[in-house]
Design a protein around this ligand. Structure first.
Ligand code: ASP
Ligand code: MG
Length: 437
């Protein structure tokens, strides 16, 4: 069975290599060879690179040794340097192999963003310099994760993991045939193979399910990259830079039906996978007056602090007391700012206290087949109960069930759910390297 996308004609291919693929000189040379092979097979190639290995974390550590109040503008100047190192070294390695390469910073590649340092959004892409380089027969290499603010002309970064989004944005702007995301595992798995060795590679997944997986903490693809790909109809191919295996195709068809060449819709598995997330904390606002407008006031404060709220639970109000508790989760990194903002608004909103717990983990089960298959939640909660895992919060969508548990029980919970839905493979998944970031 062949995918309609595998047309032998000349293609424009965007290839994105993550930090673990370009972790050292040997990795860069290996990537260079792969890129050159792709061009020599008759394709136009644009490459997006992440910073080498854990460079971004190292730069963050370095700045923390100097100050804990780094100006956001300078932080972006610092962090954007990581990707620039990779792009220049890769261009050199490609030159050495006898092919032409031109590297570009995000700004030079026309990645125009808003001015929110550290999590800038792409508002326009003008890749004319990239296009010109391709027209001259060169391989264009673009530094991922960065852009330039339209207003201030300062350098911005797109948020951790943002190179995926750079790649998709370029693929959309250049009308590429495919955006290949190279990583250190063979594709998208039914769970993180580092936690569940029996996880299975998924061959094809709808962008809808991939969105839920990414939003639920699967680190294989940046959420914004999947949103962008879906919106602009860019097919994504997630695969390993350490093997030649076919990876996972994320298909952006708007009706989410994955079709094969004959136009026949494939039967979708009920469950596509399990995702987990340790990056969130739980905030409980205690003793909130149970009258209209209070939830709005709380979440306005949180929004102004630029925090992304995930799960929300409001408890039933204690009888006769007129007060309720509202709990929600948000990224740990956004916790401090959100708490400060909430405390400042305590008197005005009139709640009694705030509790904060970062020792939580979130597990999500995702599958488009949940819509039409009753009994999924029963199996899910039974599996957690059999594993002796207590649940702190629950939330659902049409195709997802998520629960919050104690952080130290999360791995066991993920394995229990993975087995309960018969997702376990007979053999162990290969993890080629890296940290899974
Ligand atoms: N280097 C950045 C990070 O580690 C961006 C990326 O890898 O996509 O978050
Ligand atoms: Mg990285």
């Amino acid at each position: 069975m062949s995918l309609p996308l595998e047309v032998p004609a000349r293609q424009l291919i965007v290839q994105k290599f993550g930090g673990s693929s370009v972790a050292d000189a040997a990795g860069i040379k290996r990537v260079a060879q792969r890129v050159v092979d792709t061009q020599r097979a008759g394709n136009e190639v644009v490459v997006v690179v992440s910073a080498m290995g854990d460079t971004t974390d190292e730069l963050l550590d370095l700045s923390a040794q100097i100050t804990d109040e780094a100006p956001a503008r300078e932080m972006d100047m610092l962090l954007s340097a990581g990707e620039r190192i990779s792009m220049a070294l890769l261009a050199m390695a490609i030159n050495k192999l006898g092919a032409k390469a031109r590297s570009f910073t995000g700004s030079q590649a026309g990645m125009i963003t808003d001015g929110i340092h550290g999590k800038a959004r792409i508002i326009d892409v003008d890749p004319h310099r990239v296009r010109t380089a391709l027209d001259k027969g060169a391989i264009a290499i673009v530094a991922g994760f960065q852009g330039v603010s339209r207003e201030s002309h300062d350098i911005t970064t797109l948020g951790r993991g943002g190179s995926d989004t750079t790649a998709v944005a370029l693929a959309a702007a250049l009308d590429a045939d495919v955006c290949e995301i190279y990583t250190d595992v063979d594709g998208v798995f039914t769970a993180d193979p580092r936690v569940v060795p029996a996880a299975k590679k998924i061959d094809r997944i709808s962008s809808e399910e991939m969105l839920e997986l990414a939003a639920s903490g699967a680190k294989i693809l940046h959420l914004r990259c999947v949103e962008y790909a879906r919106r602009f109809g860019v097919p994504l191919h997630v695969r390993s830079s350490f093997s030649q295996h076919e990876g996972t195709w994320v298909m952006p068809s708007p009706d989410d039906k994955i079709t094969i060449s004959e136009g026949v819709a494939l039967e979708q598995p009920i469950i596509s996978g399990v995702a987990h997330d340790r990056s969130e904390a739980k905030v409980t606002v205690v003793g909130v007056p149970d009258i209209p407008g209070k939830a709005a006031a709380i979440f306005q404060v949180i929004a102004k602090a630029h925090a992304n709220v995930d799960m929300i639970v409001q408890n039933i109000s204690t009888f006769g007391r007129g007060k309720t508790d509202i709990s929600f989760t948000l990224p740990i990194v956004e916790g401090a700012e959100a708490l400060t903002a909430l405390k400042a608004a305590q008197d005005e909103i009139g709640f009694e206290d705030i509790e904060y717990n970062a020792e939580i983990g979130k597990l999500s089960l995702i599958g488009a087949g949940m819509r039409s298959n009753p009994g999924v939640s029963a199996t899910f909660f039974q599996a957690l109960s059999d594993a002796g895992i207590n649940i702190n919060m629950i939330s659902t969508s049409e195709i997802r069930i998520s629960v919050v548990t104690r952080a130290d029980l999360l791995d066991a919970a993920v394995r229990a759910i993975h087995s309960a839905f018969n997702l376990d493979a007979d053999s162990e998944a290969t993890v080629y390297g890296g940290t899974g970031r």
